[in-house]
Design a protein around this ligand. Structure first.
Ligand code: ADP
Length: 170
């Protein structure tokens, strides 16, 4: 029987507990789940793609998810999905505010490749307010993000915060 392969694509700059919640849920539904880090230079990521992949790989070691792999990609998502023989793209939906963008992306991806289906998953409600952007903002201004991200990610954010100069402050 053919394996059911799903891709969970994202910028993951950096991975948060919300992303991990979705990974754990999705891993139960598919034979293989590939967490795929998009280069996304347009988003001006804080971490390099190699750093993002490493943080995800290390963080997932705390969970027994034998069918989850981590990879990166810099091509069209539908081309990447086909190259991995994936038939499903997983995206997380936190609030209505995510919907419009995700809806547009899902339908565009369907237009580009009718064999790849997008599946939306909701995290535990305690993560619905959580985003990589908010985590970075809190961390870079010296706030504590330890309950929002894996321990290694919190360490890496603290290192970045030490090197970060708050605009307007000497
Ligand atoms: P992208 O730039 O592709 O939106 P992100 O890393 O911000 O990359 O998000 C990747 C996916 O994970 C998106 O589908 C996003 O909606 C979802 N996501 C992000 N944060 C959370 C969260 N706290 N709970 C559930 N899903 C989330």
């Amino acid at each position: 029987m053919q394996q059911r392969v799903a891709i969970y694509p994202g910028t993951f700059d950096p991975i948060t507990n919300g992303h991990i919640d979705i990974i754990c849920r999705a891993s139960k539904l598919f034979d293989r789940l590939i967490v795929a880090v998009a280069y996304n230079p347009g988003k001006g990521p804080l971490f390099t793609v190699e750093e993002r992949v490493e943080m995800i790989t290390e963080s997932l070691k705390d969970y027994s998810l034998t069918n989850v792999e981590v990879d990166s990609f810099s091509v069209l998502l539908t081309h990447y999905a086909k190259s991995k023989k994936a038939t499903t793209v997983i995206r997380g939906l936190r609030a209505v505010s995510d919907f419009e963008y995700e809806f547009q992306m899902a339908l565009m991806n369907r237009k580009l490749c009718k064999d790849v289906e997008t599946v939306f998953m909701m995290p535990s409600e305690s993560y619905t307010y959580l985003s990589s952007r908010i985590v970075k903002e809190i961390a870079l201004y010296g706030g504590n993000v330890r309950c929002l991200v894996p321990p290694l990610v919190a360490d890496r954010l603290e290192d970045k915060a030490k090197a970060f100069k708050v605009p307007g402050k000497e």
